[in-house]
Design a protein. Sequence first.
Length: 434
Amino acid sequence: MEDVIRTVKVKLDVPAARCDDLHQTKDRFLHCANTTARWAWRYPNDYCVTSKKQAESALYDQLREETDYMHANLVQKGIRRAIEAIKSGVVRLKKGEKTSQPYFDAWSVVYDKRSATFHRDHVSFSTPNGRLECDYVLPADPEGTPIGEYLLNEDYEFRMSTLQYDRQTASFYLHARMRRTTDETEQSTIDSSNAKHRTVLGVDLNVDGSLAVTSTGAFIGNADEMNHRRREYEKTRGSMQRTGTRSAHLSIRSMKDREHCWMQDELHRASNRILDEARDHECTHIAFENLTDIRNRMAGAKRFHAWTFRRLFEYVEYKAEMYGIEVEQVSPAYTSQRCSKCGSLHESSRRSKHRFKCQKCEYELNADYNASKNIARKLLKKLHSGQTSSSGGAPCQCALASGTLNLNGDFHASVGSTAEGESTDKPTTSVVGY
C-alpha cells in the first residue's frame, strides 16, 4: 500500500464576530510553543531537551492552565512544534554551527481530527470560546482545480492541517492535507498515467541582484531592494532603541510587524512567479540547491538571507503540492562553476559576480542563469537514474527559455523560439558524465 498526499489551500468564510476566537487560539498555541522552547533550550549550560514525551510530562498541565484549558490536542501540538525546532537546533550545534533558541511568531495553528472536524464544504474548529464552524469559499466550477481534485474528492481523507492568516487581506486559509491510500496495482496505473514527461525547472537563489533566477530565464524578485529595506529598518530600530522610551518600544514592535508583512508579501510574490514559470512550461519538478549550511557556502549570505531562502523554498513547496508539482533540493557543488552548455568545469569561468564565460567552449551568459540550468540538470540526472522500467520510463528534460533539453543533448524548441534562443540553450555535445 502507498499513500498519496496532497495539500489544498482553501479560503475560509469566518463570521466577523468570531474572528477574534481564532486569533486567541493562535496566541495560546504560540504561547505553548514558545514556553516549551524556553524550557527545552538549555545550551550552553546543559543538554537541550529533545524528547516530546519528557516535554509533555513536564509542561502539559502548566500550559493547559495558562491557556485557560485550551483543547488538549492543541497544547500537545504546540509542545511538539517547539521540540521539533529544538531538535533541528541541536543538529546544527553538533555541526559546530551557530544557532539560538527557537522563537515562534508566524500566524499558524495545527489542527487534526481531534481538535477539528473536517467536512467537504466546511470545517469546525476548537477555540477558547467553543466550536467555530467556517464554510469553505469554493470556486463556482471546481473541476480541474486542486479543490475539486482533492478537497471535494471522496477518495481523499483529511489529515493534520494548518490554519493560517493573511494579514494583507485579513483572510483565514486552511491548508488541508489530504491523503489517499492506493494499492500497488492502482499505483502503477497512476505512475504510468503520469509518465508522459518529467520536466524540471531549476531555481538559483541569490543574496544580491535578482532573488531567484530560473532555468527558463526568468529573473524574479529584487534581493538588492530587500537588503536595502532590511538595512533601513535596522538603522531606524537602532535609533529608537537608544531613546529607551515606551513610545519607541511600541514603535519598534509596530515596525517589526510592518517589516515582516512586507517580507512575506515579497516572498509570496516571488514564489507565485516561480510557480507560474513551472506551470507555463508544464514542469513536473522544481529544483533548488540544498539550503543546508547556506550561510557558510554562499559569499555574503547572512542569517537574514538564510531565513529568506528557506521561507521562499517553503512557500514554493506547499504551493507546488497543490498543482501536483514536486519540489526537491540538489547538491550545490559546482553549479556556479560548471558550464551548462558543454559541461566543463573551470573556476575562472566565473568572470564576475553576474557573468559566466566558459574557458573551453567560450559560452557566455548570465552567471545565475547558468547556475539555474545546472541545478535543473542535477535533478534531471537523479530522476533519470531512478527510472527502473525496461522502456526507460518517462522522458526527462530541463525547461529552458527557448525549449527543453534532455541529458543526451536533444533540444526541442518551444513554439515561437528564435534561432538565437536555440543557440543559447542547446549544447554542442551531450553532457557526458555530468
